[in-house]
Design a protein around this ligand. Structure first.
Ligand code: ADP
Ligand code: MG
Length: 695
């Protein structure tokens, strides 16, 4: 998305800017900055207050403070020990003298010139009678020019080893000069006045080059508001477009759902019934259903999906259920086939690893309408798959799919109804923003009789006992999952890789048992073989990286051990944990917490105490903030440049209110005061639509 600057400059790649050549541009690209507007919206992470400047005789012991003075001594050098040399220079002003020391920075020897004036900022300590400033920041004082680093509030950006703070600050300064008179206001004046939103140019200047924290506060408020306001309007617009589109299929109520329900071995929960009724209403209307079903792991989303498929098929349409892994596709196929086929409905399974001849037969059946329901993986969206009458598209575990893939499947029908299912428990307030284009149904109840999973957070000291416990479980005939988290490339040096850890556990710790190993370096075929062996009970312990997180059902598995649990989001831990506790036996989850931090301990405690996915995710969001909460793997969730969904909830509410007011008053943005807003939203709409898969 672009900020409110004219088209010409937004799309200007940064490498043509003053001070940035091809080489530096690459450094900026690495942190996601390609164009002018990316740079303008690369906001400081925090600030360092370097405004406090005192006369030397007013400095206090232990304070962070700045001072300005003249160098009155040569730089002395004393070698304390091998590898530690201290450089010292004396500086005075009209009130007194102070020593400035540097550790191992031999270039200061030639930097400080006797009789020249410098400013400093850093920690002040008393050394006997004289004060000393140790390793302060420093710069030369140029008459009439204000300091770059000292005497001001210094923005701190996310930097890398090569892309330093100074390079970023310099670039921000240059770019701001370049575009400052091209910045236009996107927020309509009445909204800006009502909500006290500052001009965009002022906000941008104050966020990057503030004179006071008050300026930062005001700028931040305005920019966060704008970000939420535009997002809300964008989503409301998409939703309005969908709702006005009356080209959807009108299914009727000809199916006999009671007959279907009589055929399944349990009674639906009230929550399942409520959600199915919401789906039914959508399907029977002429608008295109676009509904998200949220339900905790094990809440029984599959059967609700099956009911919708049953309804579609009984209406003479075809339905498709797309899932992220082959194993899951097979499991769904195996469990739904016996329920649906007695009603004369034919199911086909389509996965990538099927033989070409098998696939061809399935394709034919779908094209000719002989098959009514297709269950499969991404293989379903391949070109060779065509439907005769696709009327309903369902994706399970939607967070694993790009929204484009969802759209690709939809495009195989003529405006089919769409259902997406997810177990990622997103607090309702957030869901409204993130999925503002979807209607949301929540299965907020688990089937009766589930035993809660006993969860324990442990450290390495417990490894012996835990390993014994694993062996006991295996002896009892239970199966065990051991999960090792994938580690970001940048961290590999300090942590053992998931592969190494998994190999060690599989090949050393439990080498006498039947252990299956799955990780990124193992070929898909082998992976599947291991998964199948685990499902059949031929393997006692499945050691894996996080590939099992998604939907598999092995009721005989009763223990889950998670290594480096502190590295996972709690919502993800909760999903992982949901792999056990599916049978009649008491299940357990052991979390190895390798971190000594207080937050980690608190997070593990939440896992020990709660089994409610929504509560867990709300707490996690509170502790970690949304950046980490959502992680980087989430698709379709917009990344915020400055807003923090959790901390800025109040601003979000205001922006939501303003967006609703705007769209109510002027749904098509035809009023003059909204013209720039319209232009901006059209531009964003293209962006959104692409990202959300609508074009
Ligand atoms: P998820 O929502 O995680 O996809 P599933 O649909 O896989 O959950 O359901 C988990 C298990 O619960 C399945 O074995 C399913 O047959 C069972 N189940 C679903 N609904 C009910 C119900 N109302 N009563 C009892 N068991 C149910
Ligand atoms: Mg499921």
């Amino acid at each position: 998305m672009s900020s409110g600057i004219s088209e010409r400059n937004i799309m200007r790649p940064i490498q043509y800017l003053k001070g940035i050549g091809e080489k530096r541009a690459k450094l900026f690209n690495k942190v996601g900055i390609y164009y002018v507007n990316d740079l303008l919206e690369y906001y400081p992470r925090q600030y360092e207050d370097r405004t406090k400047i005192k006369k030397i005789n007013m400095l206090l012991d232990e304070e962070q403070c700045g001072f300005v003075g003249t160098v009155v001594s040569k730089v002395s050098e004393s070698r304390i020990r091998r590898g530690l040399t201290i450089y010292k220079v004396l500086v005075n002003d009209s009130t007194g003298v102070i020593a400035v020391t540097f550790f191992n920075q031999d270039f200061v020897k030639s930097f400080f010139l006797l009789g020249a004036e410098y400013s400093f900022f850093g920690k002040i300590v008393r050394k006997g009678k004289i004060f000393e400033s140790q390793n302060p920041a420093y710069e030369i004082v140029k008459p009439g020019v204000s300091g770059k680093q000292i005497g001001r509030i210094l923005p701190i950006y996310s930097s890398t080893a090569k892309l330093t703070q100074n390079i970023i600050r310099e670039a921000e300064k240059n770019i701001f000069q370049l575009v400052s008179n091209e910045i236009y206001e996107v927020i309509p004046l009445d909204i800006a006045l009502k909500y006290k939103i500052e001009g965009k140019g002022t906000s941008l200047r104050n966020i990057h080059f503030p004179n006071s924290y008050e300026e930062v506060e005001r700028a931040r408020y305005s920019l966060v508001f704008e970000e939420f306001f535009l997002l809300q309007l964008g989503l409301l617009k998409i939703k309005a477009n969908l709702e006005n589109n009356k080209q959807g299929i009108c299914f009727d109520a000809r199916e006999n759902i009671i007959e279907f329900l009589d055929a399944i071995p349990f009674k639906l929960t009230d929550a399942q019934i409520k959600v199915f009724n919401e789906i039914k209403k959508d399907m029977e209307s002429n608008k295109i259903m676009n509904r998200l079903i949220q339900g905790d792991v094990g809440s029984g989303k599959t059967i609700v999906a099956a009911m919708a498929l049953f309804k579609a098929a009984k209406n003479g349409y075809q339905g498709a259920l797309m899932v992220p892994t082959e194993i899951l596709a097979e499991q769904h196929y195996e469990s739904l086939k016996p329920i649906l086929e007695p009603f004369g409905l034919k199911l086909v399974l389509i996965t990538g690893s099927m033989k070409a001849s098998e696939k061809r037969k399935c394709y034919e059946n779908l094209a000719s309408n002989k098959a009514h329901i297709a269950i499969g993986t991404h293989a379903l969206i391949e070109d060779s798959v065509t439907f005769n009458q696709l009327g309903l598209v369902i994706t399970d575990e939607q967070h694993r799919f790009g929204v484009r893939q969802r759209a690709a499947l939809s495009s195989k029908g003529n405006n089919p109804d769409v259902l997406v299912m997810t177990a990622t428990p997103i607090p309702r307030t957030l869901a409204l923003i993130l999925y503002g284009d979807l209607d949301i149904s929540i299965i907020d109840q688990l089937p009766p009789g589930r035993k809660s999973i006993k969860t324990y957070s442990v450290n390495d000291a417990m490894r012996g006992r835990i390993n014994k416990f694993i062996r006991e479980k295996v002896k009892e005939g239970s199966q065990v999952y051991i999960v090792c988290p994938l580690i970001e490339e940048s961290e590999v040096i300090e942590a053992v890789s998931a592969e190494e850890l998994a190999e060690r556990i599989a090949k050393e710790d439990f080498k006498d048992l039947h252990v299956g190993l799955i990780h990124g370096k193992i070929k898909p075929k082998e992976k599947d073989a291991v998964m199948h062996a685990f499902i059949k009970g031929e393997i006692d312990i499945l050691v894996s990286t996080t590939v099992i997180e998604v939907g598999v059902n092995v009721p005989n598995a009763t223990l889950m051990v998670i290594e480096n649990a502190e590295r996972f989001g709690l919502a993800q831990l909760h999903q992982l944990r949901g792999r056990v506790g599916r049978g009649i036996h008491q299940s357990f989850c052991v979390l190895y917490n390798q971190s000594k931090s207080k937050i980690s301990a608190q997070r593990m405690k939440i896992m020990e105490e709660s089994t409610d996915g929504f509560k867990i995710s709300e707490k996690d969001l509170e502790l970690r903030g949304p950046g980490e909460f959502f992680g980087t793997r989430q698709h379709g969730i917009p990344e915020f440049k400055i807003a923090n969904i959790y901390n800025d909830m109040n601003i979000l509410k205001l922006a939501q209110e303003a967006a609703l007011q705007t769209i109510k008053e002027d749904p098509d943005f035809l009023l003059q005061k909204n013209s720039l807003l319209k232009a901006r939203l059209d531009e964003d709409f293209i962006y959104f639509s692409k990202n959300l898969g609508f074009v």
